[in-house]
Design a protein around this ligand. Structure first.
Ligand SMILES: Cc1cc2nc3c(=O)[nH]c(=O)nc-3n(C[C@H](O)[C@H](O)[C@H](O)COP(=O)(O)OP(=O)(O)OC[C@H]3O[C@@H](n4cnc5c(N)ncnc54)[C@H](O)[C@@H]3O)c2cc1C
Length: 470
C-alpha cells in the first residue's frame, strides 16, 4: 500500500515517500489539533491535513476577534495535553454576565454560585498554542494548504488537493474535524447517514469595543427583544463585541437593514447606549463581514473501524452557551478513551468507534438545543420575568442541592448534557405544574409556602419544615 500515490489534475501520477500515517485528521482547527494530540502518543503517527495556510504565518493574524469561553470540559482536555498553563496565561476570568436592559436597569447573573469563573480566550491565540503543541508533539505532522476532497471509507484513504495537484493518502483511520461544512462528512452521507445542516435564522458581526466604561471581569450583553449585542473582555482591556440579529424578516434583521434602512440606524434604535461607547460603530458596521451561524446534526458519526467525525463537523451549534469547542474537545478525549478501552479486543477499533458514537450523539444534540434556546433567554429581557422563569429561579435558590442552574451545570461539571437537558425540562414542568395548581401568586409567596407546595409534588425536595400548603 503506498502512502501517497495518485494522479494530479494534469493526469501526472505523484508518489511521495513518507510512510503511511496511522491516522489522518482532516482539518487543523482547534478540535483537529486537540484530537491529534490525544491520539498520537497512544495510537501511532497522525497527519493533520489543513486546507488553509498556516495561520501563525499570516501577517496580522486571521483578522478575527472572536472570543470563546473555556469551561471545565475544555480545561480537562487542555490539562491532559499539557497546555493549560500556556492557555491560562492568555485568558480573562469572567465571573458572570451583566445584562444592560432597554429600560436602563442592569441584571447580573453569576456563572457559578460559589464565585468560580469561566475563562474567555481569543480563539485565534488559543488556536496558535494548540498548533504549536501539535507540531512539537512526537508523531504529529501538520500539512497546510492541503484540501481534502473526499474520503474513501473502505480503504481507508483521503483524496487531497494541494498546489501541485491531487494525491491519495492511505492510512488506518480518518477523523473528520473539518468544521460545519465538512467534506469528510460527505463520505458518511453517501452511505446513508442523515446529516442536517441548517443556516440559523441569526447572523452576527464582530465589533471592536473600547475598554474603560465596562467592567472587565464579566461578559456584558444588551438584549433588545430579538437582537442582542454581547461584549467579552480581552487581555488588552478592550472588548470583543458581537452583534446578533435575525437574518430575515421584520426588524431588527440584516435583511431589513440591507433593504433600505441602514444598519447604523437600526443599531442606534436598538442599542442607543452603545453608540457612544463605540465611537466608530457606523464604520465598523459598514465594513465588517456579516457571518451566518450553522447548526449540524448527524445521526451517525462513525463508519466501521475506519472513520469518525468530531467537533463542528458533526455538531456545529448556536454559540450562546459557549460550548461548541468545549464539546469538541470532549469528543477527542472520549474518542481516545474509547479506542484505548477497545484496544486488543477482537473487534477493537470498530467497537471503540461505536462506543464513542453512542456516548456522544445524545449529549451533542442536547447542548445544541440548549444553546439555541439560550439565545432567546438572553436576547429577550422579558423572558426572565415570566412567572415560569421567576419561579424556576426561586426553586433553584430554595433547593440548591436539587436544582443547579443550567449554565453552571454545563460549564463547571462534565455531566452529560443530555441529563442536564432532561432536568431542565423537569424543572420547566415543575414550575408550570405549580403555577397551574397554585396560581401566579405563588411566584411571590414566602419561601416556606413555596417549599411546601414543591414538596408535595417532588418528594426529594422535602428538606424544609412543612408549613402546610392548600
Ligand atoms: C460567534 C461564535 C462564538 C462562539 N463561542 C464559543 C464559546 O464561547 N465556547 C465554545 O466552546 N465554542 C464557541 N464557539 C464555537 C467554536 O468556535 C467552534 O465549535 C469550534 O471552532 C469548532 O472547532 P472545529 O475544529 O471543530 O471546527 P473549525 O474551527 O471550523 O475548524 C475546522 C478546520 O478544518 C479546516 N477544513 C475545512 N474543510 C477542510 C478540508 N476539506 N480539508 C482540509 N481542511 C479543512 C478549516 O480550514 C478549519 O481550520 C463559537 C462560535 C461562534 C461562531
Amino acid at each position: 500500500m503506498s502512502g501517497r500515490d495518485a494522479a494530479d489534475g494534469n493526469g501526472t501520477r505523484r508518489t511521495e515517500t513518507e510512510g503511511d500515517p496511522e491516522t489522518v485528521v482532516v482539518g487543523a482547527g482547534p478540535v483537529g489539533a486537540v484530537t491529534a494530540l490525544y491520539l498520537a502518543p497512544r495510537f501511532g503517527p497522525v497527519t493533520l491535513l489543513e486546507k488553509r495556510e498556516d495561520p501563525r504565518r499570516a501577517p496580522g493574524g486571521q483578522g478575527r476577534s472572536l472570543v470563546v469561553m473555556l469551561s471545565a470540559r475544555g480545561w480537562r482536555a487542555l490539562s491532559d495535553l499539557g497546555v493549560a498553563d500556556a492557555v491560562r496565561g492568555i485568558c480573562v476570568p469572567l465571573h458572570g454576565r451583566r445584562g444592560h436592559l432597554p429600560d436602563g436597569r442592569t441584571r447580573f447573573t453569576p456563572y457559578s454560585r460559589d464565585g468560580r469563573p469561566i475563562w474567555a480566550v481569543e480563539r485565534e491565540r488559543l488556536h496558535r498554542i494548540l498548533l504549536d503543541a501539535a507540531e512539537a508533539a512526537p508523531g504529529v505532522r501538520i500539512r497546510f494548504g492541503q484540501r481534502v476532497r473526499s474520503v474513501d471509507l473502505d480503504e481507508p484513504a483521503v483524496l487531497v488537493e494541494d498546489r501541485h495537484g491531487r494525491y491519495r493518502l492511505t492510512c488506518r483511520r480518518v477523523l473528520g474535524c473539518d468544521g460545519a461544512h465538512s467534506a469528510a462528512r460527505a463520505a458518511l452521507v453517501a452511505r446513508g447517514t442523515r446529516a442536517e445542516v441548517r443556516t440559523l435564522d441569526l447572523a452576527y458581526q464582530e465589533i471592536d469595543v473600547p475598554g474603560g466604561r465596562l467592567d472587565g471581569a464579566m461578559t456584558h450583553y444588551w438584549p433588545s427583544g430579538r437582537a442582542m449585542f454581547a461584549a467579552h473582555p480581552l487581555p488588552s482591556g478592550r472588548f470583543s463585541g458581537s452583534l446578533f440579529m435575525r437574518r430575515e424578516g421584520p426588524a431588527p434583521s440584516y435583511a431589513a437593514a440591507a433593504g433600505g434602512r441602514d444598519l447604523y440606524g437600526m443599531f442606534a434604535a436598538h442599542f442607543p447606549e452603545l453608540t457612544g461607547a463605540v465611537p466608530d460603530i457606523a464604520e465598523q458596521l459598514a465594513v465588517k463581514a456579516v457571518s451566518t451561524l450553522t447548526a449540524v446534526r448527524c445521526d451517525r458519526w462513525v463508519w466501521q473501524d475506519t472513520f469518525a467525525l468530531l467537533g463542528d463537523a458533526c455538531h456545529a451549534m448556536a454559540p450562546f452557551m459557549g460550548h461548541g469547542m468545549n464539546c469538541g474537545f470532549e469528543d477527542a478525549r472520549v474518542l481516545a478513551g474509547c479506542l484505548g478501552a477497545a484496544a486488543g479486543r477482537a473487534a477493537g477499533l470498530a467497537a471503540g468507534l461505536a462506543a464513542y458514537e453512542k456516548s456522544r450523539i445524545e449529549d451533542a444534540d442536547a447542548i445544541s438545543r440548549l444553546s439555541y434556546r439560550h439565545y432567546f433567554t438572553m436576547a429577550d429581557p422579558r423572558r426572565a420575568e415570566t412567572a415560569v422563569d421567576v419561579l424556576r429561579g426561586r426553586l433553584t435558590a430554595l433547593f440548591p442541592d436539587r436544582f443547579v442552574p443550567l449554565y453552571e451545570r454545563c460549564a463547571f461539571t462534565e455531566e452529560g448534557y443530555a441529563s442536564v437537558l432532561r432536568d431542565e425540562r423537569r424543572l420547566d414542568r415543575l414550575a408550570a405544574d405549580l403555577l397551574e395548581r397554585h396560581g401566579t401568586a405563588l411566584v411571590s409567596a414566602s419561601d416556606d409556602r413555596l417549599s411546601a407546595c414543591t414538596r408535595s409534588l417532588v418528594p426529594d425536595t422535602a428538606t424544609l419544615e412543612d408549613t402546610g400548603c392548600s
